[in-house]
Design a protein around this ligand. Structure first.
Ligand SMILES: CCCCC/C=C\C/C=C\C/C=C\C/C=C\CCCC(=O)SCCNC(=O)CCNC(=O)[C@H](O)C(C)(C)COP(=O)(O)OP(=O)(O)OC[C@H]1O[C@@H](n2cnc3c(N)ncnc32)[C@H](O)[C@@H]1OP(=O)(O)O
Length: 253
């Protein structure tokens, strides 16, 4: 029972795994005064198109740099061949939701209260633009994952700059999603960060996760956080993810 519930939960995290596909054109995002376009994303699993709202689409809080970078990668999610035929591009946008447990069926491992109140840490502030505004894109061919982050006013650490824990959270999010795509279910075993220059609050930065190596259960990735035009290095990190058997962990075996 418990294992079935976790399996159901985990399926929601697996945007690139072979579950029943469905081709759906995305809604046009409504960004007042802007001409942002979310293109047809190609094949994604059914759970992503049921009830949850996707928070990684443009909203009115996104500034010009956030929108520019989103459009840069989004335009490469689908490419047009000669003759006008569309096909999958090198990048894939990863949808993101603010809760997952709600959509898990059955299970006794968490109380109903916790199941109903659980929220993804990076998506739990309702006000658009106040905390983490981000979108992830994956390039499986290049074994790279990119996160574009606009850091809101609730992420302050030193006056006027982003809190180091918030930066670590985003590095963990981008590298964790990347490792999951590369290796299936994983947990962060080690995260090592060098903070090189502070990130101004409200600015947009790019996080680039690259596969370093895979060894049995271990997936090693590196991550760089740079300013939106790439001219300034803010942080660099290495991370180790260890593959887990979700059922084994929750069954306490
Ligand atoms: C309910 C589970 C759900 C899991 C969901 C996971 C991911 C989320 C899904 C989708 C992703 C989407 C978005 C991503 C967003 C955020 C990502 C956040 C991820 C996290 O925020 S996650 C929370 C923080 N994370 C923990 O809370 C981990 C606590 N920890 C443990 O749960 C265990 O510690 C574990 C599982 C890590 C390993 O345990 P284990 O028993 O499976 O493996 P074992 O110990 O045998 O190690 C095997 C080999 O790794 C080497 N090794 C192990 N640890 C090492 C270390 N620290 N440094 C260097 N090497 C290490 C050993 O030396 C050995 O190496 P060798 O084989 O060469 O001997």
């Amino acid at each position: 029972m418990m294992a079935a519930s976790v399996r159901a939960t985990f399926r929601l995290f697996q945007p690139l795994r072979p579950v029943p596909p469905m081709r759906i054109p995305l809604r046009q995002p409504t960004v007042p005064g802007r001409t942002t376009v979310a293109r047809t994303m190609g094949v994604l699993p059914l759970p992503f198109f049921s009830k949850p709202r996707d928070f990684s689409l443009p909203n009115s809080s996104w500034g010009p740099e956030m929108v520019r970078l989103y459009e840069h990668y989004n335009s490469q999610c689908e490419v047009e061949r000669e003759g006008g035929e569309k096909q999958k591009g090198p990048w894939k946008r990863l949808p993101s939701y603010n809760r997952v447990l709600k959509y898990a069926t059955g299970g006794v491992y968490l109380s109903k209260l916790i199941q109903s109140k659980a929220r993804l840490f990076t998506r739990n502030i309702k006000e658009p633009g106040a905390s983490f505004e981000y979108v992830l894109f994956d390039n499986s061919e290049e074994q790279k994952c990119v996160g574009i982050l606009q850091a809101g006013h609730l992420l302050e650490g030193p006056p006027g700059f982003v809190h180091g824990g918030a930066i670590a959270t985003m590095i963990d999010t981008v590298t964790g999603a990347h490792a999951t795509l590369l290796s299936g279910p994983v947990m962060t075993a080690n995260l090592n960060i060098n903070y090189r220059s502070p990130i101004p609050l409200g600015s947009t930065v790019v996080l680039e996760s690259c596969l370093d190596k895979k060894e049995d259960k271990k997936t090693f990735v590196t991550c760089k956080v740079t300013s939106s035009n790439g001219s300034k290095l803010h942080s660099e990190a290495t991370a180790l993810f260890v593959s887990i058997s979700v059922c084994k962990i929750l069954d306490g075996v």
